[in-house]
Design a binder for this molecule. Structure first.
Ligand SMILES: Nc1ncnc2c1ncn2[C@@H]1O[C@H](COP(=O)(O)OP(=O)(O)O)[C@@H](O)[C@H]1O
Ligand SMILES: [Mg+2]
Length: 401
């Protein structure tokens, strides 16, 4: 099964790109599912699907064309299916804190439940080979990063906290109950978590296998959007996912805008060049601003053509992680593959929270993870095609007296 995540800032065109890729993939004969993980679902609207039919699906997949299904994950339904024990405990906990019951119910939908629900489906579909291709229309960047970090976080929780906590409550539950009104999690809460964990086992390996899973970042040729895309690029790499394409959408060119938009067109051209510097050698796709919004299968097919031409959109377009970041004692080590690098000197410049790497006429902007921002580069070595840059935190922790 092939999995492709469409991620990026809100409004850049993720849903359109995921849907257009789906239309093209299905037309090529692949059994395809487009699944929306954004709670502000818009898949059904983009496909122009009858709402009543879609609402009856209650968050399950609906067939919209030969070989093509769409699914909008419904977190309320998922709570009934998988989370009821966890949810019941949290809602009870929040309501004893004096919160209004409606608010307590809302709060008990923890951040991450939507993402975990999506992961549960992916793991199930993967294990059962339910589809040839699953395209994920992700929530805006922050939430989709949480999506890929959940397996790591959950693994940590299960290993380090879960067993201890469960054992502790087993012993102390009767005593705690006599001391306080605050609800104590029953063992069913732990059983539910264990069951969820079991269902998620292996999903991290699926996401990190570049022959199965790729991320396609959707962006616009504008400063703020590109910056966020670069950060997303870095964070996905950090979690071990491969970005196999960057789609630069809504470009104003000679087709669009007329004389009044000349300045915008120049700006876009400038940022297209910057995008090359930031994302090469990962392939970049350019999509112009269409003359109207993109709705319905016909328009989606046209968008698919602009995007991929005759090519199969489900192919793996790039399978190397752009860079890895490791912390070794108190130094950070950034390793990246530069397929075109020669033996020329490496020049490093820090600019805010990113490092600019220049080798000959090659230039790369690499945003640093939050923890390493403000660190000072201490050295760079080029070994074959592998560049290694080391950083030291600027402020050393003060030694204890
Ligand atoms: N290349 C394009 N030309 C014209 N309209 C576009 C283009 N790409 C996206 N849109 C429109 O922009 C809006 C937002 O797109 P959408 O795919 O829903 O973004 P996202 O899912 O990233 O929030 C939609 O109304 C869509 O029709
Ligand atoms: Mg969307």
């Amino acid at each position: 099964m092939r999995i492709i995540l469409f991620a990026g800032k809100g409004g850049t065109g993720k849903t359109c790109m995921a849907a257009a890729t789906g239309v093209r993939s299905a037309a090529l004969g692949h059994k395809t599912l487009v699944m929306s993980l954004d709670s502000a679902h818009s898949l059904a609207d983009i496909f122009d699907v009858d709402r009543s039919l879609h609402d009856r699906a209650q968050g399950k997949a609906v067939k919209v064309a030969p070989n093509l299904w769409i699914q909008e994950v419904d977190v309320q339904e998922e709570i009934h299916r998988h989370w009821s024990e966890v949810y019941k405990y949290l809602a009870a906990l929040f309501s004893t804190s004096g919160l209004d019951e409606v608010i307590a119910d809302e709060l008990a939908v923890l951040p991450g439940m939507e993402e975990v629900s999506g992961l549960l489906y992916i793991n199930e579909y993967f294990k059962e080979s339910s589809y040839d291709v699953v395209l994920l229309d992700c929530a805006p960047t922050g939430e989709s990063l949480r999506f890929v970090s959940v397996p790591t976080a959950l693994e940590w929780y299960m290993k380090k906290v879960f067993t201890v906590e469960r054992r502790l409550f087993k012993i102390a539950r009767p005593l705690i109950k006599t001391m306080t009104d605050i609800p104590v999690p029953e063992d069913s809460y732990f059983v539910a978590l264990e069951d969820l964990h079991g269902k998620l086992t292996g999903v991290d390996a699926v996401l990190q296998d570049p022959t199965t899973t790729s991320v396609r970042l959707v962006t616009n040729p504008e400063k703020v959007v590109l910056k966020e895309t670069q950060r997303a690029f870095m964070y996905f790499s950090l979690y071990g996912l491969c970005v196999d394409a960057v789609i630069i959408n809504r470009i104003l060119d000679e087709r669009t805008g007329g004389a009044a938009f000349r300045k915008w067109r120049d700006t876009h051209q400038r940022y297209l060049k910057e995008a090359d510097e930031a994302f090469a050698p990962v392939p970049r796709f350019h999509v112009h601003l269409f003359s109207d919004e993109i709705v319905g299968p016909k328009e989606l097919a046209r968008l698919g053509e602009v995007l991929y031409g005759e090519a199969d959109p489900t192919a793996v377009l790039y399978d190397k992680p752009p860079y890895t970041f490791k912390k070794i004692k108190d130094t950070y080590r950034l390793t990246m593959t530069l397929p075109f690098a020669t033996k020329e000197a490496v020049d490093l410049t820090m600019a805010g929270d990113e490092v600019i790497i220049r080798i000959g006429n090659l230039k790369r902007h690499v945003p640093l993870p939050k923890m390493a921002a403000g660190a000072e580069p201490t050295g760079a070595t080029l070994d074959g095609h592998t560049l290694t840059v080391t950083f030291k935190p600027r402020r050393q922790p003060r030694p204890r007296p």
